[in-house]
Every structure is written in structure tokens, then in C-alpha cells.
Design a protein around this ligand. Structure first.
Ligand SMILES: [Zn+2]
Length: 354
């Protein structure tokens, strides 16, 4: 069963004029999902408030108190990027509750796969800081909720074009949550170097692939198939969460990648295939960024279609890309993980492939 979260409340986080993280993004995602026919076969999962425990699992209590006081019922800015409006606190907290609910339902078997169209996005929010258009970290809270519901290990795959510094920060010392990100690098927020591999208590549980601007469908598919998939097979999570941003889309106004809707479908298919293999199909995609409306709509529809149909067809070249910058980025990640990971120990040297 495919569970989905679609709710008008996520359009009540009103953007100042000209801000790219605007309600029309959620409208585009919703309309594209409705056009797939999901509603006829999926299970609507209602939004709910998060429990204090769900919030405090990933955020500092005093920070939450201060942020709630600042944001709830007000208009303003947390920083020069990150606004809030009168409906923002309700939207942000319900986004956390809804993604936690999907994770809990995946662990209890009520759903297998899930989709969440939520705003504001979350992956830049750290334990004690709202930033980068993000107030609360939805996907991190869902990972913690899955752990609380009995998952021994959870993986978060982040294909938003930006590095999810907040998610990385929250689980930096946690060997039970693997964070894997592919992102434009160097770029906002500046983190996500291949050498960032996890804290002392969680070596290798953070996997960063920083790609040069211009990377497209085959490059992203190669990262998913040759780095993320083997890393996930070794980690054997009980649930895979996807920080599904669509700002690597070719026409995105704030980033420089060239991924198409077909590219997002391939990424989703590779991840679904790994989920089918290692965690009984449990996989949940949560909307993060994506600022071109066609990119958000077509990307979200691509993921929905892959999650709706039973046998995703994945065709990925077996050869590693040899395009200079992309191959060098993948080599750097493999080299950083060679101390811990079998997939990285087996990684062919640049010399033998080139
Ligand atoms: Zn982003």
C-alpha cells in the first residue's frame, strides 16, 4: 500500500513576494500527483501534530520553545533566506507530524511506500537552528520516529541539489541512521565534502557525493547505482527515507544541474529496487526543495509512478562515468569510505577504468 500526505495546510506557509519557496510548489506537486491516479489506489494519510517526543528527538527543547514563540502566528524572517508567515508554525509542525506518521505506518505495516508533499522543507534545519528555507527537519524526525517504532537502522537518501547539512548534523554521531547525499558542490550551504563521513561514534554512516555543476541524469543514476545502492545493501536499513528535492532539475532557477523528470524516475526506481531487496519495500519520499514548478510537478509525478507500479524497470549503465569531474567526485567518496565499507574497498582505481 502506498500512503500519501497531501493537505491544503502546506499552502498556508506564505512566501514574501519573489521568494522561490512558495505555495505554488505544493500546488504543482499536488496536481501532478492527482493526475497519476494515485488517489484511486493509495491510502490518504491525514496530517497530525507531532508529539513532543517526536520533535525533541531531533531538535533542542529550548530552541523549539524560542522558535515557536518567534514564528507562531507571526510574519518575519529567521535569517535572510528563511521567512515565516502567520500559518507557518502550524504548517511546519504538521509537516513533522505527517512525515512521522508515514514512518510509523511503514513500520507497523499499514503502508509499504509513502509520499509526503509538505512545506516548509526541512533538511537544512539542524538541532538548534532554522535556516535555508527550513524551520523543522521533517525527514530527520521521520527517521527518529521509525527508530522509536522499532527500526534497528534507517537510511536517508537526499537527492535535493543542496547538501542537507541539518540532517547530517542531527545524525552525525548516530550509527543507526545512515545519511547519503548527492549534491552540487561546492554550493549552498557549504557542507557535504566527501571527507565528511560521520562522527567518531558513527564512522562511515554519512556518505557525501559532491558533484560539479552541470551533472545530469546519467551522473545521478551512476551515483545511486554504484555508491548509494551498495552502501545501502551493506547497511541493511529497515526503512529508506528520501529527501526528495527537485532542484537538480534542468530548469531550476537557483541551481546548476541538468536532471530531467526521467532522471528522477530512474533515481526513484533504483532506490525502490534497493528497498525491495533490503527492507521489504519500505520507502518514503518527502518533498524538500525544487523551485521550477514543472520540475517539482514532473519530478513528484515520476516518483509517484515508480512507487505505484509493481516492477520498476531500471536501466543503468554498468560502466562508471568517466566524465572528469563526476568520476573524480565518485572516486573521492569511495576513497573516503574505503576504511569501513566493502563497496568502497572494491572500488576500481581511477587508473584501471580510465
Ligand atoms: Zn535544495
Amino acid at each position: 500500500m502506498l500512503g500519501y500526505v497531501l493537505d491544503e495546510v502546506f499552502m498556508d506557509h506564505h512566501a514574501p513576494s519573489g521568494h522561490p519557496e512558495r505555495p505554488a510548489r505544493a500546488v504543482a506537486a499536488r496536481d501532478a500527483i492527482l493526475a497519476t491516479g494515485l488517489v484511486a489506489i493509495g491510502r490518504h494519510v491525514a496530517v497530525r501534530a507531532p508529539s513532543d517526543a517526536e520533535l525533541m528527538a531531533v531538535h533542542d527543547g529550548q530552541h523549539i520553545e524560542r522558535l515557536a514563540k518567534l514564528v507562531a502566528g507571526n510574519d518575519g524572517w529567521v535569517d535572510p533566506d528563511t521567512y515565516f508567515s502567520k500559518g507557518s508554525w502550524r504548517a511546519a509542525t504538521l509537516a513533522v507530524g505527517a512525515t512521522c506518521e508515514l514512518a510509523s505506518q511503514a513500520l507497523s505495516g499499514e503502508i509499504t511506500r509513502g509520499l509526503a508533499v509538505v512545506r516548509p522543507p526541512g533538511h537544512h534545519a539542524t538541532r538548534d537552528r532554522a535556516m535555508g528555507f527550513c524551520l523543522l527537519n521533517n525527514v530527520a524526525a521521520a527517521a527518529a520516529a521509525a527508530r522509536a517504532a522499532g527500526a534497528a537502522r534507517v537510511a536517508i537518501v537526499d537527492w535535493d541539489v543542496h547538501h542537507g547539512n541539518g540532517t547530517q548534523d542531527i545524525f552525525w554521531q548516530d550509527p543507526t541512521v545512515m545519511y547519503l547525499s548527492v549534491h552540487q558542490y561546492p554550493y549552498y550551504p557549504g557542507t557535504g565534502a566527501p571527507t565528511e563521513t560521520g562522527g567518531a561514534t558513527a564512522p562511515g554512516a554519512t556518505v557525501n557525493v559532491g558533484l560539479p555543476a552541470g551533472a545530469g541524469d546519467t551522473d545521478y543514476a551512476a551515483v545511486a547505482a554504484h555508491i548509494f545502492a551498495p552502501a545501502l545493501r551493506e547497511f541493511r536499513p529497515d526503512l529508506i527515507l528520501i529527501s526528495a528535492g527537485f532542484d537538480a532539475f534542468v530548469h531550476d532557477p537557483i541551481a546548476g544541474m541538468t536532471v530531467s523528470a526521467a532522471g528522477f524516475a530512474t533515481l526513484a526506481a533504483i532506490m525502490r529496487s534497493v528497498a525491495d531487496e533490503v527492507c521489504q519495500g519500505r520507502i518514503i519520499a518527502v518533498l524538500e526543495g525544487g523551485y521550477d514548478l514543472e520540475g517539482v510537478g514532473s519530478g513528484m509525478a515520476a516518483v509517484t509512478n515508480v512507487f505505484m507500479h509493481t516492477a520498476p524497470s531500471v536501466s543503468v549503465a554498468h560502466e562508471l562515468p568517466i566524465l572528469g569531474g563526476v568520476r573524480a567526485a565518485m572516486d573521492a567518496t569511495a576513497s573516503a569510505h574505503a576504511p569501513w565499507a566493502q563497496w568502497a574497498k572494491r572500488w576500481p582505481s581511477a587508473k584501471s577504468v580510465a
